[in-house]
Design a protein around this ligand. Structure first.
Ligand code: DOR
Ligand code: ZN
Length: 428
């Protein structure tokens, strides 16, 4: 099927028509018509390259009651994504070629986004023995991002070895930066609030100490390092310093760390429990500034679906994590575009171009131009709506944005020229 998108504004610039044929953008111009083609009205809509998530928890295999590759893929498409990296902390852990191939195949079968498996760095995420990194890289899943996310690769000698091996494979180690000896029993950001609420604190230094260590290791080894979900002002400072010294380091920030603070913990509602925790106003400001100036390369969701019984319980017992895929773009529009900190082209850079480059994804994060793969999203920037968790495509309901009004609606998503979302609804 050929699609003609009428009057859409690429990167928010002048309106054009686009013809999508055979998976690619066949032409861009004015008053384009193709007999027999399906027409999509793009009037008033912004057209961007399909979003790429570096950090999605899809929970399959093992916790299909919380999310499956298919339900998570649908949530991703509805959020404007055309590719997501599926984190390795499944059950069994994605630490073998067999498991990453299984996740990759499930993604192909769902056919809604490109599901790109992340391989674990260590066997069972246990932090003591390197996983079969080469076999995962050589598998059908072609793993290039390796992470023990949920856990930190805390042993510095093992982290050094991982950086060396992954460098040889042309990949990147994505570190969950958390010095575990500093976060024993931690429940929320360590500061005045944690003291008052009586919850054990997670100090900023636990994140910053690992980032400082790892940028030095990456420099020593000459390897690429990616830092997951950066959450503190000090982390942004360290990254700025490392980049100025030429270290090959990239970093991501989550939508929730761009919008929410530790004030959310006041009501003890575990929907706001997340790892790393929500931080202070000053941290949020530094994260926005770091994303704006490119010190932070990417927005990544850390979409972390959890079953009701794992979230609706007392704070200390609840699992950390919150949904992200379906509201990520809206939160970035709210915090970065409407505040004048990013224009649409820069938003596309942070949510598509750079994450695709970090993950070494050839067909994603490409410019809106003739001959490029038709991985695209159409956004209505003017539309505002209130988040209703019951209406989400995710199998879980732990959205921290429930009841919040946010701007920006994904009207359509195209994966290789085929719509996965039309009129704001998933096509399959
Ligand atoms: O809050 C989090 N949830 N942080 C992580 O690092 C892991 C994730 C999960 O898997 O639920
Ligand atoms: Zn993590």
């Amino acid at each position: 099927m050929t699609y003609v998108i009428k009057n859409a504004r690429p990167y928010g610039e002048d309106a054009v028509d686009l013809v999508l044929r055979n998976g690619a953008i066949a032409s861009i111009g004015e008053d384009l018509t193709v007999p027999g083609a399906e027409v999509v009205d793009g009037a008033g809509l912004v057209l961007l390259p399909g979003l790429v998530d570096l950090h999605t928890h899809l929970r399959e295999p093992g916790r299909e009651d919380a999310e499956t590759v298919e339900t998570g893929s649908r949530a991703a498409a509805l959020g404007g994504f055309t590719a997501v990296h599926a984190m390795a902390n499944t059950d069994p852990v994605a630490d073998t070629a067999g498991v990453v191939e299984q996740v990759w195949r499930l993604g192909q079968q769902a056919g809604l986004v490109d599901v790109v498996p992340v391989g674990a760095v260590t066997v069972g995420l246990a932090g003591s023995q390197l996983a079969e990194l080469g076999a995962m890289a050589d598998s059908a899943a072609r793993v290039r991002v390796f992470s023990d996310d949920g856990h930190c690769v805390a042993d510095p000698a093992l982290m050094r070895r991982a950086l060396e091996y992954v460098k040889a494979l042309g990949g990147v180690v994505a570190q969950h930066a958390e010095e575990p000896r500093l976060t024993v029993g931690a429940q929320m950001h360590e500061g005045d609030r944690s003291a008052r609420l009586g919850l054990t604190g997670w100090p900023a230094a636990a994140e910053e100490a690992i980032i400082a260590r790892d940028v030095l290791l990456a420099q020593h080894v000459g390897a690429r390092l990616h830092v997951c979900h950066v959450s503190t002002a000090g982390s942004v400072e360290l990254l700025r310093w490392a980049k100025s010294r030429g270290v090959q380091v990239t970093a991501e920030v989550t939508p929730h760390h761009l919008l929410l603070t530790d004030a959310c913990a006041e009501g003890y509602d575990p929907v706001f429990k997340v790892n790393p925790p929500l931080r202070t106003d000053a941290d949020v400001e530094a994260l926005r500034a770091g994303l704006a100036d490119g010190t932070i390369d990417a927005v990544a969701t850390d979409h972390a679906p959890h079953a009701v019984e794992d979230k609706e319980c007392e704070w200390a017992m609840a699992r950390p994590g919150m949904l992200g895929l379906e509201q990520a773009l809206s939160v970035v529009v709210d915090t970065m575009v409407e505040t004048g900190r990013l224009d649409w082209r820069a938003l596309a850079d942070r949510m598509s171009v750079r994450p695709a480059a970090i993950g070494r994804l050839a067909g994603h994060g490409r410019p809106v131009a003739v001959g490029e793969p038709a991985n695209l999203v159409l956004v209505d920037p003017a539309h505002r709506s209130t988040v209703d968790p019951a209406a989400l495509a995710s199998r879980s309901r732990n959205s921290p944005y429930a009841g919040r009004e946010l701007p920006g609606r994904v009207v359509a998503t195209f994966l290789r020229g085929v719509p996965t979302v039309l009129d704001g609804k998933a096509v399959k």
